[in-house]
Every structure is written in structure tokens, then in C-alpha cells.
Ligand binder design. Structure first.
Ligand code: SAM
Ligand code: SF4
Length: 332
């Protein structure tokens, strides 16, 4: 079938699928402590998620990221990975990956590797267990470390995602860099995005990565590299460590131009842009018939509405977030 191309000529080759909005942590920038999660009946079944992913793959999507919420807390999630691995075997999919908080990674790492997961992202904002608990509210640092160890032992490349938080981990970025590169892990820094209501003020959390980069340049040599993973990060190589450092800077530097991605929530809602409200329901066409004809029609109609970009701004207005849904709904 014809590939999915948006009105700006961007080919859609990368889909992120949030398989649950639930999580065993409550990171302060992501969720409020007291979250209302979706009723289970609203969720797509694992079979439906497989059908949906397969439809995208049939349209030229070759990279799939499973995310959430915390993907590894969804019951029986490994059966979805197992099913999807047939697309790796056929060559239709070049990469099957996930973003995880790492809490449940240790017991799953070996199987993920066996299925064909070659790389994954673990979110880790600090190396200090006490601070880790404060940021994640419910997380256990040692469990995440065990997850990283297990993934590496299984031969999976791990990239650490660190959200830069003003007044919280500003001065841990250099130590994190040394730790990650010392262990052969890539590190990507992320700016806080105004997604969903939380208990804190975003403007108090927001640390522009332009500032971080300037501070790092006082201690390290940042060499630009032409490395791309299909995601929005811009990478440099750190001469002193030899490792790679990525910057995801939706606020200081708009990353929309080369956007090849769409996101699907666990209820089958397709968001054509992380930073816009417009969405398309894929669950109804998926459930309306066993054939995928309606689903493909819905996909084409949705991609034809993919916007040029987001318009995130973080202002001290006490205003509502740019986008009302949380990152845990759309999937990071
Ligand atoms: N639970 C998994 C995890 O934490 O890796 C996967 C989902 S989480 C929503 C995906 C990524 O989004 C994480 O790296 C997290 O740090 C990031 N994230 C969550 N809320 C964010 C926000 N408001 N701004 C920027 N990044 C955010
Ligand atoms: Fe959970 Fe990930 Fe959100 Fe943290 S960032 S609360 S681990 S979904």
C-alpha cells in the first residue's frame, strides 16, 4: 500500500505507541500524584494493538517505539513484543524499541533481547537515590539500576533520557554524562514540555538546554556529529569521554521540520503532533470490521491533517498547559 505522506511532504516512518497510561512512578514533571487513569475497557487489547501496528507497518512505518505510561506494567505486554517481532524477522520493521522507567526491566531484559530489541531508552534524571525518590515520588533507584545492568548484560544498547530540571538536577548533568559514557551508555537531555496539568509550575522546572550546553562547553569539548536515530534529538560527541550526548529541545529549538512521527494512545487515538490537540480515532474503524479498509481510510485522512509543528511556550501566567493531556497519555 502507498506510504503515508503528510501535506508538507514528510514521510511517516516512525510510530510511538503508548500501551498504557498507567505507571508505577509519579514523576513530578509528568503526572500529579493523584491521577485518574482510564478504565481498562477503553484500552485497545494487545491483539488490537498488534493489528494497528501492523497496519502502519504495511504503510511504510519501519520504526516502532512502545511506550506509555510505563509499558512494562501492562499485563502480558511481552506477548505484544513477541507478536511484533515477526515484522523484524520479515525485514518490514528495522527497529522495535521501547522507552521505560526501568523499574520492571530486570526481569524482562533477556526476553526483549531474544525478541530482537537492540536498543531501548531508560529515563533517569539523577544518580542520587534520595533525589530520585523525590523526582519520581514512588520510584526505587536500585531497581532501575538493576534494569540498566540487565539490559546491558543482555546485549541491548541503553540510552539514558534525562529531563533537565531547574534547581533539581542542573549540576548533575556533568556527573551523569561521565557515569553514562563510562558505562557505554548514550545520554539524551530533554527540556520539560508543557503537557498536562501537574502539581508544580512548569516555569519553575524549565531549564533551557542552550544554557546547559553552554555550561558543559566550559568543561568538555562538544563535537557536532551527524548521527540520527529517527527521533528528534540533535547529537554531539564529547571528546573527553568519547560518548554521545543528545539534546531534545522542543522549546529552544523547534524540532518539527524533519518530523517523521505520529503517536497512538492506548485507546487507539492517533495524535499527529505531540504538541497539538488534533487527533483521530482509530479504535472505531479498527473495531467496525475485521478488514483493515476503514482503518487505512482513517489513517490517510488523519495524516492529511498532520500540522506543520507545535507551538509550545512556557510562560509564568499560571495558565493552562499548551496541551491538556499528559505525556503519559500520548507517550514519550
Ligand atoms: N514511563 C516511561 C519512562 O518514563 O521512560 C515511558 C513514558 S514517559 C512519558 C517518556 C519520557 O517522557 C520520559 O523520558 C519522561 O522523562 C519524559 N517526560 C514526561 N513528561 C514530560 C514533560 N512534561 N516534558 C518533557 N519530558 C517528559
Ligand atoms: Fe511514569 Fe514515565 Fe511519567 Fe515518570 S515519566 S510518571 S515513569 S510515565
Amino acid at each position: 500500500m502507498a506510504p503515508l505522506v503528510d501535506p508538507f511532504g514528510r514521510l511517516i516512518t516512525y510510530v510511538r505507541v503508548s500501551v498504557t497510561d498507567r505507571c508505577d512512578m509519579r514523576c513530578v514533571y509528568c503526572m500529579s500524584e493523584d491521577m485518574n487513569f482510564l478504565p481498562k475497557r477503553d484500552l485497545l487489547s494487545l491483539e488490537e494493538l498488534d493489528r494497528l501496528c501492523t497496519a502502519f507497518i504495511g504503510r511504510g512505518v519501519h520504526k516502532l517505539r512502545i511506550t506509555g505510561g510505563e509499558p512494562l506494567v501492562r499485563r502480558n505486554i511481552m506477548s505484544l513484543f513477541r507478536r511484533l517481532s515477526r515484522h523484524l524477522e520479515s525485514g518490514a520493521l528495522s527497529e522495535l524499541t521501547l522507552t521505560t522507567n526501568g523499574s520492571q526491566l530486570a526481569p524482562h531484559a533477556a526476553e526483549l533481547a531474544a525478541i530482537g530489541v537492540r536498543r531501548l531508552n531508560v529515563s533517569l534524571d539523577t544518580l542520587d537515590p534520595v533525589k530520585f525518590r523525590a523526582i519520581t515520588r514512588w520510584g526505587d533507584h536500585a531497581q532501575v539500576m538493576a534494569g540498566v545492568d540487565a539490559a546491558q548484560q543482555a546485549g541491548i544498547s541503553v540510552k539514558i533520557n534525562m529531563v533537565a530540571l531547574k534547581g533539581v538536577n542542573d549540576f548533575e548533568i556533568a556527573p551523569m554524562l561521565k557515569w553514562a559514557h563510562g558505562r557505554g551508555l548514550d545520554l539524551t537531555l530533554i527540556e520539560v514540555m508543557p503537557l498536562g496539568a501537574i502539581d508544580a509550575e512548569r516555569v519553575d522546572q524549565y531549564l533551557p538546554l542552550s544554557l546547559v550546553e553552554a555550561r558543559l562547553a566550559d568543561h568538555f569539548t562538544l563535537l557536532p556529529v551527524d548521527y540520527k536515530t529517527g527521533g528528534p534529538a540533535r547529537y554531539v560527541r564529547i571528546k573527553e569521554t568519547g560518548g554521545r550526548l543528545g539534546f531534545i529541545t522542543p522549546l529552544t529549538h523547534n524540532f518539527c521540520e524533519g518530523c517523521n512521527r505520529v503517536r497512538v494512545t492506548c485507546t487507539g487515538t492517533l495524535y499527529m503532533c505531540l504538541g497539538q490537540e488534533d487527533a483521530a480515532d482509530l479504535r472505531a474503524p479498527l473495531r467496525a470490521s475485521q478488514s483493515d479498509a476503514l482503518l487505512h481510510e482513517a489513517l490517510e485522512a488523519a495524516i492529511a491533517r498532520k500540522p506543520k509543528g507545535h507551538d509550545f511556550v512556557i510562560e509564568r501566567t499560571g495558565a493552562t498547559p499548551a496541551v491538556s493531556r499528559h505525556m503519559s497519555v500520548t507517550g514519550g
